[in-house]
Design a binder for this molecule. Structure first.
Ligand SMILES: Cc1cc2nc3c(=O)[nH]c(=O)nc-3n(C[C@H](O)[C@H](O)[C@H](O)COP(=O)(O)O)c2cc1C
Length: 172
């Protein structure tokens, strides 16, 4: 699958085939592709936690305001930003803006790679940060940015509708 097809086919998957684990080689490929993303100054402030532990997944689902599908996925990848990495070079702008942008780019790379590998995934951003930090025992300066449940989709699903780029674009 080329990148155009992956972008076309990617959609959020929130229902996973039970008892169908994601092979470690595929997980590693997702992480490798995430790390190919651009980052300000090539600082690469992303850090990943690969969560397979049932209890921790349940805590993440609770932190995510009860989004139960997080606990139902065989694995949840937590994308964190190391805030110290950016504040060293870029101060407040690095800490507040670049860390968000860089990890968002890594997350999207991961979602596209999941699509190309035949996996289903979803970007989950609605969660109580303090609760996620507690569930994961994160050290100071590691900010959880996105939770990405990964598995095999339980069923086929319609693509969500996207607006035409022409409506969103102004040429000057
Ligand atoms: C920053 C961000 C946060 C999101 N948070 C959630 C979330 O907490 N729960 C969820 O089910 N989907 C979440 N999504 C997925 C969006 O709902 C989804 O991308 C959107 O509805 C478009 O659907 P598609 O991904 O199938 O194209 C989030 C997406 C982004 C980019």
């Amino acid at each position: 699958m080329d990148v155009f097809e992956a972008m076309e086919k990617r959609h959020s998957v929130r229902s996973f085939a039970p008892d169908k684990d994601v092979p470690d080689e595929l997980l590693e490929e997702l992480l490798r592709c995430a790390c190919q993303a651009p980052s300000a100054g090539n600082v690469q402030p992303w850090r990943f936690l690969v969560v397979k532990d049932e209890g921790t997944k349940r805590k993440l689902a609770e932190a995510a305001l009860g989004q139960a599908f997080l606990a139902e996925a065989p694995v949840v990848i937590v994308i964190c930003a190391d805030l110290a990495a950016h504040s060293l070079s870029y101060g407040q702008r690095g800490k507040e803006l670049y860390s968000v942008q860089d990890t968002a780019a890594a997350t999207e790379n991961m979602l596209l790679a999941a699509t190309a590998l035949g996996l289903g995934a979803c970007w989950v951003g609605a969660f109580r940060e303090e609760d996620a930090v507690g569930a994961l025992h994160l050290v100071k300066d590691l900010r959880p940015m996105a939770l990405v449940p990964v598995g095999y989709a339980a069923h086929e699903q319609e693509q969500s509708r996207k607006m035409d780029y022409k409506r969103m674009t102004t040429y000057l």
